[in-house]
Design a protein around this ligand. Sequence first.
Ligand code: RB5
Length: 152
Amino acid sequence: MEQNVKTIAFACDHGGFLIKDAVIAHLKKKGYEVIDFGTNSSESCDYPVYAEPCCRAVVAGQADIGILICGTGIGMSIAANKIHGIRAACCGDTYSAAMTRCHNNANVLCMGARVVGEGVALEIVDAFLANSFVGSYHTRRVEMLAEIEKKG
Ligand code: RB5
């Protein structure tokens, strides 16, 4: 369990609902507290509606990181990155998930349930959670991202 992460905000749309229960059960088994922002069925819904409150909880400090799942992970990541303070990464492999924590200080992991499937998704979650920001010259780059954000 990564020391800096205790509480995880979670949200998905109907595309992500396929693997929602497995991901949340996996997180809870690993000892994380999960705040669930829905969706709660496979009925078609709009991913921005679920991305926003999940990310706001991360920015507000109610959760340490967020996990968003839709069909591709792309819509969720675009929505998440509209919110100041969010660095969301859409990951389809464990290397990217590890590196985006280490280098980009990503605070939201996005995945596509129709892309990765349950087994790979859980491995991606583990890779994301097993790593943390390494700082050094990456700090400058992450600060530059915040500068772009400030320009609006
Ligand atoms: C829903 O069909 C799908 O468009 C959504 O889950 C996501 O993949 C969007 O980026």
